[in-house]
Structures are given as structure tokens and as C-alpha cells.
Write a protein that binds this ligand. Structure first.
Ligand SMILES: Cc1ncc(COP(=O)(O)O)c(C=O)c1O
Length: 388
């Protein structure tokens, strides 16, 4: 039996069942899941709309390229048509966030005839070579140079720094709420100035909503609150309720110049993935997912701020939007995550000191209470035990 390559430290937990906001280990112990498969399970484990669509699709066509028409392709396009900004009327389906970023960067380069990308400090866009080239964290980049494009990294949220984006830049890629980079929120002023600068110099604006999108921050797409119009929108993670699927959506201007053979994907647009998207959008609409995330996210954030105020100065800041929340600590977060897990709670981190929580939209106030009481205890134990 081959072993699994360990690019990340194993969590030492064997999960045998998952439902809604919970998973169970092989001994039957229940865990509240605020990790949700790196945020992909935002609609809850085994979401009923997604499961129903997947089941019925399994009975018809399971493998078909989207160069062939099908009912499920029509339905998926119709579903996205209801939730995408109206100026982004063209989509291509893929399997992961990185692949969708990759396509966005590829197309921007060819259309613009330029080779430089701009991205931001703390930005994370994936692990494939072009996606990595616009990802800031040196720990992920080290040893993989040279990258396919030169990237100008500018300080996130600095309007002043946007002046460095010039006529050599093919595209600027930005997360409206940075996930991996520590849950930092782009300001409205920054997002609007960025759009304006892109227009001035003729650079494409790529908005990466792989983590923040699909309702998690309280809006279907988190950039909408700033009123900006991306040329390309990239989505993945939760759009298929945990099923691996992603897409890039393009403006007419870009789509009108697409040439045959420029891109392709064997599994991209697989009928099961499309069924998952149809079920995902159904859940989003019928369960008022963005509004629910905004409401319960506010409850969670305000209780976290209370914990922060009490926690003996070990919490530096609580920040986030909806159900994308980061708790920046003054101590290393890895032991905290281990202790939370020992107490029945799954969470993740952003870097070395930020506890990142990506709960599913359907958590209850009871779940919030449980999370807060466990975190309070773990932080107190950490202070007493001198974990710093
Ligand atoms: C904002 C953002 N973009 C892109 C990616 C890459 O997505 P994937 O891991 O599905 O390739 C991620 C993954 O965490 C992400 O958070």
C-alpha cells in the first residue's frame, strides 16, 4: 500500500461519518466542523440539495465533455446566470481553484499581450505554477522558481501603492477577503481605487472568490459590496457543496476573443460536478445562505470579541466577514488547534498565529456557544501552561 505524501501535518483523526456541521470519528465521537475541508463544505456535509442532484445525475450521464449539450449543462448555466454579476456572462468549468486561477492568468496574458502580473502581500491563489507565481507566501514559493510570470507584489490595502501598476501589467489578482494570508479584509476605498487603476492602465482585474465567495461573507460574492466590476471572477471550494468543481467567469470583451484550442480540461464540466453546482445554487437560494451566514457570523464574531477582551491579552485581534473569521493570537496557533480538536472542535489556521474558522452556514447558536466555551477554556489552559 503506498503512503500518502505528507505535505501537511496529519491531524490524527479518522473520520467515518459526516452530516451537516458535524463529523464523527471511528469511535463515534462527534466533532463540530469549523474546518469544512478548507472551507469547501460551507453548505454543510451531505447537503440535501447537492446529494439529491448528484443521486439523480448518477442515474443518467456521469461522464461527458461540455462540448456536448446536456440537460445538466443547461441547468448549471441557468443556475449560475441567476447568481453571477450580469456583465460576467461566460463561464468555463474546472476542478479546483488553482486551475481556475491558472486559466484567468493565461487568458489575461494572451489578451493583453503583457507578461507581468500584480498581486498583494498575503495573497493566496493556489499551488500550480502560475497560481503560485501570484501567491505571496515565501514558504510556498521557495525552490519553485522561476515562475511563468513576473509578479509585482504590492502592500494589501494600500491605495498609494496601486500607482506602481503600469502599462506592463496584464492582470491584477485580488481576494476581497484574504483567507490563507490571515483573514484580512480589503477596504472599499482600496477595491475601488484598484478597479480605477486597472482601467487607467488597461490591466485586467481578476477577483479571486474561491474562499470568500458563494455566500460565506454574507453576500453571494464578497466583492459586490464594493461595487467593483471584475473582468474575471474565479470561484471554487463551496460552489459544489464539497464536490470538486470550480469556474472562471469572463466579461464579453474577453470571451468574444476566445480562440479554439486555447484551453481545455478533461474533467472540467463533468456532469456530476455540474449537478453539484445546480444543487449548490439551489441550496444557496432556498436556504438564504448568504443572509444566514451574515447573521450567525455576527453572533460568532461578537462573542469572539468578548473572549478576546477576557483572554489575558493573548488575542491580538478578531476580524472577518460573515463566516470567514480569523482570530489573531499572540501565541502559536498549532497547539491551540490540537487542543480544540481534542475537545471536539475542528478549525484551521492562517500562517503561524491566526486561528481561522470557516464554519458551515447552518451552525446554530448552540454550536456557537459550544465553540466559544471550548475556545475560552483552551486559551486559558494555554496561558497557564505557557504555550507561547
Ligand atoms: C483564494 C484562493 N484561491 C485559490 C485557491 C486554490 O484553490 P484549490 O486549493 O482548490 O486549488 C485557494 C485555496 O485555498 C484560495 O483560498
Amino acid at each position: 500500500m503506498p503512503s500518502l505524501l505528507k505535505f501537511a501535518a496529519p491531524r490524527g483523526l479518522k473520520v467515518s461519518r459526516a452530516e451537516g456541521q458535524y463529523v464523527w470519528d471511528s469511535s463515534g465521537r462527534r466533532y463540530l466542523d469549523f474546518h469544512t475541508g478548507h472551507g469547501a463544505g460551507f453548505l454543510g456535509h451531505r447537503n440535501k440539495y447537492v446529494i439529491t442532484r448528484l443521486r439523480s445525475q448518477m442515474e443518467t450521464v456521469n461522464c461527458l465533455s461540455p462540448i456536448f449539450d446536456s440537460d445538466i449543462l443547461e441547468e448549471a448555466l441557468k443556475s449560475l446566470g441567476r447568481i453571477l454579476p450580469s456583465h460576467l456572462g461566460h463561464v468555463f468549468f474546472m476542478n479546483s481553484g488553482s486551475e481556475a486561477v491558472e486559466l484567468a492568468l493565461k487568458i489575461a496574458r494572451k489578451r493583453s499581450g503583457r507578461k507581468v502580473y500584480a498581486s498583494f502581500t498575503g495573497g493566496f491563489h493556489g499551488r500550480t505554477m502560475a497560481a503560485l507565481s501570484v501567491t505571496h507566501n515565501q514558504r510556498y514559493r521557495q525552490g519553485f522558481e522561476p515562475f511563468p510570470g513576473n509578479t509585482l507584489f504590492l502592500p494589501f490595502n494600500s491605495v498609494e501603492a496601486l500607482k506602481s501598476i503600469d502599462e506592463t501589467v496584464a492582470a491584477v489578482i485580488v481576494e476581497p477577503v484574504q483567507g490563507e494570508g490571515g483573514v484580512h479584509i480589503a477596504s472599499r476605498e482600496f477595491m475601488r481605487a484598484l478597479e480605477e487603476r486597472c482601467r487607467e492602465v488597461g490591466a485586467y482585474l481578476i477577483v479571486d472568490e474561491v474562499q470568500a465567495g458563494f455566500g460565506r461573507t454574507g453576500l453571494v460574492w464578497s466583492h459586490l459590496e464594493h461595487g467593483v466590476r471584475p473582468d474575471i471572477l474565479v470561484a471554487g471550494k463551496s460552489i459544489g457543496g464539497g464536490f470538486p468543481v470550480s469556474f472562471a467567469a469572463f466579461s464579453d470583451e474577453i470571451a468574444s476573443r476566445v480562440e479554439e484550442g486555447e484551453h481545455g480540461s478533461t474533467h472540467g464540466g463533468n456532469p456530476l460536478a455540474l449537478a453539484a453546482v445546480v444543487g449548490g445554487v439551489e441550496a444557496l437560494e432556498r436556504e438564504s445562505v448568504p443572509e444566514t451566514a451574515a447573521r450567525i457570523g455576527e453572533v460568532l464574531a461578537s462573542q469572539l470579541r468578548e473572549v478576546a477582551a477576557e483572554a489575558g491579552g493573548v488575542v491580538r485581534e478578531v476580524r472577518g466577514k460573515g463566516l470567514m473569521i480569523g482570530v489573531e493570537l499572540k501565541l502559536r496557533v498549532a497547539p491551540i488547534i490540537t487542543r480544540l480538536q481534542e475537545s471536539g472542535l475542528l478549525a484551521l489556521r492562517s500562517g503561524l498565529i491566526v486561528l481561522r474558522i470557516l464554519p458551515p452556514y447552518l451552525i446554530t447558536e448552540g454550536d456557537v456557544e459550544f465553540f466559544i466555551s471550548v475556545l475560552r477554556t483552551v486559551l486559558h489552559q494555554s496561558i497557564e501552561g505557557g504555550v507561547r
